[in-house]
Write a protein that binds this ligand. Structure first.
Ligand code: ZN
Length: 232
């Protein structure tokens, strides 16, 4: 927690030193009516991948599609940078995002590490205006049973620093970790991930308890299908 406060503070100092320089994003964090949902990787870019599980591009897309639906069910407008297995350059993702008038940008990824024991959720931001949203998503994901909160961090990823309004990137667990890889391959678990991300966004925008979980979500109980065999 201390690190989050320090990194936020240092960004506010950096912001004041910039003195309103054009690189600072517009603060739509309290007003946005559109969420740009960005599924990481796609097409020739598989992202993180291990032989015994689905590639990052497939599980990131699946979670993103679920987040997209939940946000639309909550009366937010959405734009997806991709909704199938296609390669989209990073700058195109940024362009799609920056074409929206009053939006935030949420990028969905899964993580990778050479150390198979590393696990947990991480959320990244660049604009100081995006910190609270990043923290809200990280905090909400960390309410999933057995989850590990690896914190909120700043990063200079292109989809964070080139957006003209608040942008966050969510790492939904490590595909290099056997346990999180198995969970990522489970549709019910991906539904829970999407639910936590959507809940954090909706409650951040409209206030605590604004999010209404769908009846289908409440009725679900274990044993969902795995990711499509085509992605194995
Ligand atoms: Zn990724």
């Amino acid at each position: 927690m201390a690190r989050q406060i320090i990194s936020r503070f240092s960004f506010l100092i950096a912001l004041s030193l910039l003195g309103g320089c054009a690189t600072v994003a517009t603060n739509t964090s309290q007003t946005f009516d559109t969420v740009v949902v960005d599924a990481g990787h796609g097409g020739k870019d598989s992202g993180a991948w291990r032989r015994s599980g689905p590639p990052e591009k497939a599980v990131a897309l699946d979670v993103a599609l679920r987040v997209d639906k939940k946000l639309r069910d909550s009366q937010l407008k959405t734009v997806m940078t991709r909704n199938n297995d296609v390669f989209i350059p990073l700058d195109t993702r940024v362009d799609i995002g920056n074409q929206q008038a009053n939006a935030i940008f949420v990028s969905i990824h899964f993580n990778d590490s050479r150390r198979s024991g590393v696990q947990g959720f991480e959320t990244y931001y660049h604009s100081p205006y995006a910190f609270d949203l990043a923290a809200a998503i990280e905090r909400n994901l960390s309410t999933l049973p057995g989850s590990i909160n690896r914190g909120v961090h700043t990063a200079r990823f292109r989809v964070l620093r080139n957006l003209r309004y608040p942008s966050v990137l969510v790492e939904c667990g490590y595909l290099s970790n056997r346990s999180e890889r198995r969970e990522a391959g489970n549709a019910d678990y991906r539904e829970q991930l999407a639910d936590k991300i959507a809940e954090a966004i909706v409650n951040y925008r409209y206030g605590t308890d604004a999010y209404r979980r769908s009846n289908a979500m409440v009725a679900r109980a274990g044993g969902g299908a795995s990711i499509a065999p085509a992605f194995r």
